[in-house]
Design a protein around this ligand. Structure first.
Ligand code: NAG
Ligand code: NAG
Ligand code: ZN
Length: 397
């Protein structure tokens, strides 16, 4: 999946008995470079306008789109094994469909399971990851339907670049250039009742489908105004970890809004993720109308969230000019014309900043050389720190 992804985030490559190490916070492999994002947004705006014009010319079509067809592809590494080998039963898939539909209910988007295929392939199971040949091969062989159909691949993310991921997705704008690559790949044990602690209520699929429907992470672009291209999600400096529901951080203090820790497009634990905003709903409709040819209605623009109102500073009552000399009736003081309030400045279009080289080989986070320091039991797992430096960089992860 060359287009949507650049650098796959690498989690510590050491193994413990029983499986790959997973970070304590959500690891989504869906990311986009700033340069590519700017280009995609430009194309989106242009297509949105031209298709609206076409639609107006063709006359209004008020039919509501039906549910999105879903094709599950369940990859396993041992056909006679257990659920941990990827043998996910139909009842779990039904539960996952329910979680997915509940997550999108408020947005008026629904999903219907069309078919489930089960495939034995240990390599796809272990190593399918954003840029790997395994995933490309898998999707080429299994994908069903057209631009408006959702294909979900369940794998194990055990080795190499795949290790530690919870899921990744393609964006709607990627479809035209790589239709066979379209879809979402998620960790089988992130489905309801799975074995991945904190991420086993099925919200990973809800999150990845958010990307598939056109959403970025809520922390995309950090505290910058345009951020995730949705006006009513609070700016967010970094992903949320855990579920700090009683003490939500405010990583962009200027806006007086706490981080959107309950938003499906943040990184909080599953129990915390409960909502999309009206602005995200509109963006999904627009993205899917333009790129997936699904006839969602055009919704009104959604503004920025209300900032908590400042206690109004009462306007100083004008000190009335003393009517000392009552005699002179002539010089009436001109009613002061209210000064024009500053005209709102146009939202600055993001200037093309140094586009990070897409092609360049990702700078490998120095692989711990096997040979040296064999004595230390090496607590190299350190879940929090390694990903931090990338926040400054215009990638999302
Ligand atoms: C597959 O699973 C079965 C049952 O757990 C086990 O006996 C067998 O050794 C496994 N096969 C492989 C190749 O791991
Ligand atoms: C469902 O998937 C299986 C496995 O790929 C395939 O054999 C079958 O024809 C599919 N059924 C439908 C109705 O698409
Ligand atoms: Zn994501």
């Amino acid at each position: 999946m060359k287009s949507a992804l650049a650098i796959a985030f690498l989690v510590s490559a050491s193994f413990v008995a029983g499986g790959p190490i997973r970070s304590s916070s959500r690891q989504c492999g869906t990311r986009i470079s700033k340069g590519k994002m700017i280009a995609a947004e430009k194309q989106f705006q242009a297509l949105k306008e031209s298709r609206l014009t076409m639609k107006a010319a063709a006359g209004a079509d008020d039919s509501t789109p039906g549910p999105i067809n879903v094709y599950f592809h369940v990859i396993n590494k041992n056909e006679t094994g257990t659920r941990d080998d990827g043998l996910i039963e139909d009842d779990i898939i039904e539960k996952q469909m329910k979680v997915l539909n509940e997550g999108y209910e408020q947005s008026g988007i629904s999903f219907k399971l069309q078919n489930t295929s089960r495939v034995h392939n240990p390599e796809w199971f272990s190593s399918a990851s954003p840029d790997s040949a395994y995933q490309t091969d898998m999707k080429k062989q299994l994908r069903q339907g057209g631009p408006g159909d959702l294909n979900v691949y369940l794998v194990g993310f055990e080795k190499g670049d795949a290790e530690g991921l919870l899921g990744y997705a393609t964006f709607p704008s990627d479809y035209e250039g790589a239709p066979e690559d379209d879809g979402v790949v998620v960790l089988h044990s992130s489905l309801p009742e799975g074995s991945t602690a904190k991420f086993n209520e099925g919200k990973t699929l809800t999150h990845e489908v958010g990307h598939w429907a056109g959403l970025y992470h809520t922390f995309q672009g950090g505290c910058s105004k345009d951020g995730d291209q949705v006006a009513d999600t609070a700016p967010q400096g970094r992903p949320t970890s855990g579920c700090p529901r009683d003490n939500a951080p405010d990583t962009c203090p200027g806006d007086k809004l706490t981080d959107p820790i309950h938003n499906f497009m943040d990184y909080s634990d599953d129990e915390c993720l409960t909502e999309f905003t009206p602005g995200q709903k509109k963006r999904m409709y627009d993205q899917m109308r333009v790129f997936r040819k699904i006839n969602y209605p055009e919704l009104p623009e959604v503004g920025a969230p209300e900032t908590p109102a400042e206690p109004e500073t009462p306007t100083e009552p004008e000190t009335p000019t003393e009517p000392e000399t009552p005699a002179e009736p002539e010089t009436p003081t001109e009613p002061t014309t209210p000064t024009e309030s500053t005209t709102p400045t146009e939202p600055t279009t993001p200037t093309e900043s140094t586009t990070p080289t897409e092609s360049g080989t990702p700078t490998e986070p120095e692989t711990p050389t096997e040979s040296e320091a064999p004595s230390e039991p090496e607590t190299s797992a350190e879940p929090e720190t390694p990903e931090e430096p990338e926040f400054e960089f215009p990638w999302e992860f």
